[in-house]
Design a protein around this ligand. Sequence first.
Ligand code: CUA
Length: 256
Amino acid sequence: MNVLRLERRIIIVSTLFVLTLFGIAAMAVNLFHVGLPSCLTDIKPFLKGEVIMHSPDHFEVHYVSRMWEFDPEEVVVPAGATVDFYLSARDVTHGLILIGTDMNLMAVPGVVNYARVKFDQPHTYKLLCHEFCGTGHERMAATLRVVDRATFDARANAPKPPQQNDPVYHLLEAKDCLTCHSIDGSESIGPTLKGVYGRKVKLKNGNTLTADDVYLRESIVKPEAKIVDGFDDLMPKPELTDQELNALVEYLENLK
Ligand code: CUA
């Protein structure tokens, strides 16, 4: 075969160039833990957020994005953990950027996106939605805390708050109440349910009332009737049986 000298040189130089690029990519992945872009997964979209611990050093987090929150809202992993993130969307297109890492994913309804991040040092990371997704877009954030091993173990062994073992808690989850109402006192799209019974409530129309049984019932079955000052008329009517409604009201009365 007759290859010109110039041709041979070009082949050698371009081959070396391509090999160098592969070398740099391999180095970035192995030494600097840079995540390479990956293809879409073929995992079926999931509806609930979840944290799965495969081993003390390997976690899997399922983030569900929806207007306007990420579920789970807070994830805690130990330093040194490798975390596989899976992201799905329940309503419209969202985005997820984990500030301070190179994780930046799109949350597209119908598909699941994936990224892997290794966390070496304790640090509190903020997750933000970076796709404009409606009026609550700027509120759409979550937290990922990387804590040292001892703190993580102490947390993992602590008993769960009692509410989460309560069947009514699962009802609140199932009816999507917790999307907008917290039970820990934090304000969100709707007022917190913590300590709601007996609370002095200022309404949008200027009136004030004390939250009693009748008010709680009405606010559940006819959410638009009395809007709390500072909040919007956004709550959909939940479908509840009488039994479920009674259980909910009783639960709220005891949620101190
Ligand atoms: Cu979700 Cu912006």
